[in-house]
Ligand binder design. Structure first.
Ligand code: PEP
Ligand code: MG
Length: 594
């Protein structure tokens, strides 16, 4: 028996057979049953044939026009595609290790890259990039394609099980049928990592930040998750298992919770909406009494696919389901908040223009071409999304929320684009309504100019997850520095106060949709700072309602004033622990301050 300590995301316990999901670079390794290796080999072959056809057509097109000097490059890529060291090796791996084609291709590339790295001649060494390009194309063509629904990545693994991943991005998480997952553990991650948020909203016992769980646990052995202590127990003894599962809380409310605004003892109305990651969450939000959807993270609809994989029609169907599921309550759709890595070149693939950006740069750069910046740089994609959203607005109230806004110009440009799409749709005889447009406040510059942004948009929504990470310079996905991620840092309290004042000066509604709102203790502080609109993980709404109904807003305001006079996060936490007595205990963060 081994115990690994991490960060508890959801209270509750779970035990079951371990399924390991290991991520290498941008490919994920998952097991394929022996009898399905033939199908996997066929996928690999289809991808090779598609890649060949694409490369031949590029070579031909390029050979005839300007840039013909690049034609040999594509000839070289065609040769690489047929090289047994790549496809042949990947096929061998599928046959012998029973793994998925994406991972096999990645592994084969790693082996080749190793050889290239050892070459002295710089010209030859650089040919590694050509192989990488071919691998990128193969991987892209292994995707199901725009029309097919994202596949359940673990569809061949019999459930239920406990999923242990090294790093599971939200887009990959969206390709998993969570109904079969009893518990979830991850090497990487922090409390605000998107997949952690997803696990919390699905109320699956989960622990993140375990560092090396995938190295320590073996596939198939029994593991247990203790969401109270934040421990993953590998091969637990029968006694430990029994006492752990005996402590398991009963599954939460199946009876619909009350809805509508919650009112403090002194009569302040607080609006409680839900953050929704998947369409299935709409029913959960309804059940927990959400007054609307305050944040729909639309990019998660993509699963693992690139940004241009979803047609206008497909998006329209999804938004329609969302709006109809929540009607008559409003739904706030955030436009795609993606990084550049998910936006292939204009010609639909990793084409020559993309070669300038290295794989590593494209893979992860949360401070790069992201959110509204990417949407404005790729206006055809934003236009497609907006058309789908605005068409769905005929079925019920929708608000559009712009992510990662850092300057007034971005809000203006997005509004102009939205205005144009509305005009086009009306010219097509669709009576689309005027839809409120809001900006997320999650970059410090946006917080500092909240009053100026308030003149450009109809509402503001504070994304505390990112606002904390960028203000305090703490990568929210890096568990090694999670101790520096302090929502109650005095700088955060000041910034939140500034945003509240800026929104009031501009006369626009302001909400909070970051994870801070899901924590009853921190929610109390936010109410004390004068905030009244919140959007949170659906499962957190009933506790938030109980908290609100048990406190007086005036008391919380006095407590927040006291906290604002202090100098350190520790002092503020200690002070609030005494000042906000009697407030319901909630998540571990709340327990720390209350
Ligand atoms: C936030 O940053 O607080 C937020 C709600 O957006 P996300 O968690 O999707 O980055
Ligand atoms: Mg954010």
């Amino acid at each position: 028996m081994q115990r690994l300590k991490g960060i508890a995301i959801t209270h509750g316990a779970a035990a079951g057979r371990a399924v390991l999901l290991v991520h290498r670079g941008r490919a994920i390794r998952f097991p394929i049953p022996a009898e399905r290796t033939g199908d996997e080999l066929a996928r690999l072959d289809l991808s090779r044939r598609r890649s060949r056809a694409q490369l031949e057509s590029i070579r031909q097109r390029i050979g005839q026009g300007p840039g013909s000097e690049l034609a040999p490059l594509f000839e070289a890529q065609l040769l690489i595609l047929e090289d047994p060291m790549l496809i042949g090796r990947a096929a061998d791996l599928i046959r012998t290790e029973h793994v998925n084609a994406e991972w096999a291709v990645q592994r084969a590339f790693d082996e080749i890259a190793h050889v290239f790295d050892a070459i002295e001649d710089p010209y030859l060494r650089e040919r590694r990039g050509d192989v990488e390009d071919v691998v990128g194309r193969l991987r892209m063509n292994l995707h199901d394609g725009a029309s097919a629904a994202p596949r359940d990545l673990l569809r061949d693994v019999p459930g239920p099980f406990v999923l242990i991943a090294d790093e599971l991005s939200p887009s990959v998480a969206a390709q998993i049928d969570w109904g079969r997952v009893r518990g979830f553990a991850m090497d990487a991650g922090s409390r605000t990592y998107h997949t952690a948020i997803l696990a919390r909203s699905l109320q699956i016992p989960a622990i993140v930040g375990l560092h090396d769980a995938t190295a320590r646990a073996r596939a198939g052995e029994t593991v247990a998750i203790d969401g109270t202590t934040g421990e993953l127990i590998i091969d637990p003894s029968p006694d430990v298992l029994r006492s752990l599962l005996a402590r398991q809380p009963t599954r939460p409310d199946v009876v619909p919770a009350p809805s509508g605004p919650a009112t403090t003892r002194d009569g302040v109305c607080i609006r409680l909406e839900a953050n929704v990651e998947l369409l299935e969450d709409v029913a959960v939000a309804q059940r927990h009494g959400a007054d609307g959807v305050g944040l729909f993270r639309s990019e998660l609809m993509l699963g693992g696919q690139p940004i241009d994989a979803l047609s206008e029609e497909r998006q329209y169907e999804m938004y329609l389901r969302l709006v109809e599921g929540m009607a008559p309550r409003p739904v706030t759709i955030r436009t795609f908040d993606l990084e550049e890595s998910r936006a292939p070149g204009r010609h639909g693939g990793w084409d020559a223009a993309d070669r300038r950006t290295s794989e590593a740069e494209r893979t992860r750069n949360p401070l790069g071409l992201r959110g509204i910046r990417l949407s404005l740089a790729r206006q055809e994609l934003l236009t497609r999304q907006l058309r789908a959203v605005l068409r769905a607005a005929l079925a019920g109230p929708i608000r559009i929320l712009l992510p990662f806004v850092s300057a007034v110009e971005e809000a203006r440009a997005a509004r102009a684009l939205i205005g144009g799409v509305v005009r086009d749709l009306r010219a097509e005889r669709l009576a689309v309504p005027d839809v409120p447009v809001g900006a997320m406040i999650e970059v410090p510059s946006a917080a500092l100019i909240a009053d100026l942004l308030a003149r450009e948009v109809d509402f503001l929504a504070i994304g505390t997850n990112d606002l904390i990470q960028y203000t305090l310079a703490v990568d929210r996905t890096d568990e090694r520095i999670s101790e520096f991620y302090r929502p109650l840092h005095p700088g955060m309290l000041r910034l939140l106060r500034l945003v509240r004042r800026g929104a009031a000066r501009g006369g626009v509604p302001l909400s909070v949709c970051g994870e801070m709102a899901s924590d009853p203790g921190l929610l109390a502080v936010l109410i004390g700072l004068g905030l009244t609109d919140f959007s949170m993980t659906p499962a957190a709404i009933p506790a938030a309602r109980r908290l609100i109904e048990s406190v007086s807003a005036a008391d919380l305001r006095a407590a927040a004033r006291g906290a604002l006079a202090l100098s350190t996060a520790d002092e503020i936490e200690d002070y609030l622990a005494r000042a906000v007595a009697g407030v319901e205990q909630g998540s571990p963060l709340g327990e720390r301050i209350l």
